[in-house]
Write a protein that binds this ligand. Sequence first.
Ligand SMILES: [Zn+2]
Length: 358
Amino acid sequence: MKGFNVMDEVEDITTLFADESEAEVELIQSSKAQTENSRTLRWKNGQCVLAVPTSSMLNPSFDLSLCRALLKREGFQIPVAEFEAPLEVALDVPSVRRYLLFNSALFQLIMAPIIYIVIWCAGFSTLHLFVTDYWLLCLSVSLVSVILTTAILVIFYCSNKEINMNIDVRLIQVNERLSRHKLLVGVADWMQNCKGTLQLFIVYWDIAHCVKALTETLEERSFVEDAAQKRLQKRMSHLLLVAEAMTFDSVVLGSSVNEGSDEETPLLVNNEETASSTSTSQREDTKLTSNYSLVPHRLLPVEAKALQLLLTYGAVYVKLLMSQRLPNSTQHLLRRRNHCTAASLCLCQYVKTKVLHS
Ligand SMILES: [Zn+2]
């Protein structure tokens, strides 16, 4: 009888623990859902959660631990592995910092008079042999210099509105992780009161609605799949993700480790089919790099294709949204289907105009 009693007690304790753990799980789930709800109520798509300027204009870098702490204060608990680590890989590299400096709006402002003087001197030294009237020569050379300098600056300005291989493409993997926390990141830079404002922007964005809308559009076009795939290939063939390849041993090891863990596999890089068909490896000293095409593979499920397209253009969209340089949409229908009240174009609509529309 005693034995039965002990067993009964053990069973009681086990069920008690099971009940407690179930209750804990429920409590965690409900608190998580509450946090999600309060976040959704507080933030709207396209709203800037955080804007962090560079610590120095000459050596552009961002205080990422401070960013994470500020995000935590706003209710976004992001692990280091999903925030600082990928952002350091993307932006905290000497070559990227140099690029940020030489491509900044402030540097272009400094370069403008230098370009003007160089063109003026070259024009004057060439034409003074043919034009004898000094004032006519000065006037015409000045006019040509102004036109050429303006044209160069306009080219810089327009190229800044397009997806940038050195910044926006490097941020794709960061956005892949941050989109799980309903955030998107981008780097924007423009002049304000003769001061450059190079900043890291973190924007609230629930990507689920955009994925649904873009999936529907891709499904509508499935009857012309070949034409749509050709269009994607044409518009995105120049977009390559350069990644440091593993050595042969680690590739073999990595492939055996990754087997059966598809859910953990990053969407954009280790897509085996894409990698095997489009990667090219080059040996440079002992470093191996692989180029991964960002064109979604034709065999990918439509929803995965839509998500890949949205993540590819996420950083450039944040850049244009924050610097208010998004193309204007006058169409009433586009405005109605917009998932972002703060902008004229939603992320999914931006992707459609960039890669899907003829
Ligand atoms: Zn959308």
